[in-house]
Design a protein around this ligand. Structure first.
Ligand SMILES: Nc1ncnc2c1ncn2[C@@H]1O[C@H](COP(=O)(O)OP(=O)(O)OP(=O)(O)O)[C@@H](O)[C@H]1O
Length: 227
């Protein structure tokens, strides 16, 4: 349980040429559930984008699931992303195909070939998010909460070591947010590490966990009372 999944040392996070966060030093260990909070524009998304290779790490050191972020090349990015599960606020499901085919699309794009194995994996991830019977539905036939469950299922397809979720409950009502949060908690209990950006302090109070805050160009850990 003490294996390091993410480590940053004196890292600076940039958007193009402008510095968003500086001197970021932190560690996330295997099995942790970590929130990332901070007001709009404080750098949460930029931070996460750096972790999944969307923004290069130009200054400082960083490693994530055994990839060196400083040495990350364009060709490494698909391999890094296979070890990460990424969940966005706006689900990003393909509207023109049903759920099974949304998930199959991702499996094929990440090198899966055997149809039987693909179907078994799809069934397994849908079961984990309580959506086993919904594979034939199209995204528009599902509620926001159900679509987010599917997006979480999609993030699990390649058995990721770390799930990065950028405001996964941002588009959901409070009750649905709690349901989606329970899904993430269950996934965390099976040993997966989760880093989740959120604005939803009620959710943090209900499901307390280690919390990092972006503020004033820095990232620091906050104690729950100070959230
Ligand atoms: N594509 C971009 N190009 C240039 N600057 C950007 C870009 N995206 C974000 N920024 C800037 O970087 C800073 C951090 O933005 P970021 O999106 O990381 O914040 P955030 O904490 O995720 O905000 P929110 O909670 O609104 O999603 C902001 O000043 C923003 O204007």
């Amino acid at each position: 349980m003490s294996e390091t999944i993410l480590q940053l040392q004196d890292a600076s996070i940039f958007q193009k040429e402008s510095l968003v966060l500086q001197d970021v030093t932190l560690e996330i260990k295997s099995g942790e559930f970590v929130y990332l909070i901070g007001k709009t524009g404080s750098g949460k998304s930029s931070f996460m984008k750096t972790l999944y290779g969307d923004i290069p790490l130009k200054k400082g050191e960083g490693s994530i699931v055994d990839f060196d972020l400083k040495k990350l090349r364009e060709k490494d990015i698909p391999f890094l992303r296979r070890k990460l599960g990424i969940v966005f606020q706006d689900f990003k499901l393909l509207p023109d195909r049903n759920i099974n085919n949304n998930l199959k699309f991702v499996l094929k794009a990440t090198g899966w070939k055997d149809t039987v194995k693909m179907n078994t994996q799809i069934e397994s991830v849908l079961e984990k998010v309580g959506m086993k019977t919904k594979g034939f539905k199209f995204p528009h036939e599902l509620s926001g909460g159900e679509q987010q469950r599917i997006a979480i299922a999609r993030s699990l397809l390649n058995d990721p070591e770390l799930i990065i979720a950028d405001e996964p409950t941002g588009n959901l009502d409070p009750q649905t947010s709690v349901e989606v949060m329970k899904v993430l908690q269950d996934i965390n209990k099976t040993g997966r590490t989760i880093l989740m950006a959120t604005h939803d302090y009620a959710l943090i109070l209900k499901f307390p966990s280690k919390t990092l805050k972006c503020d004033g160009g820095k990232v620091f850990e906050v104690v729950q009372r100070a959230v």
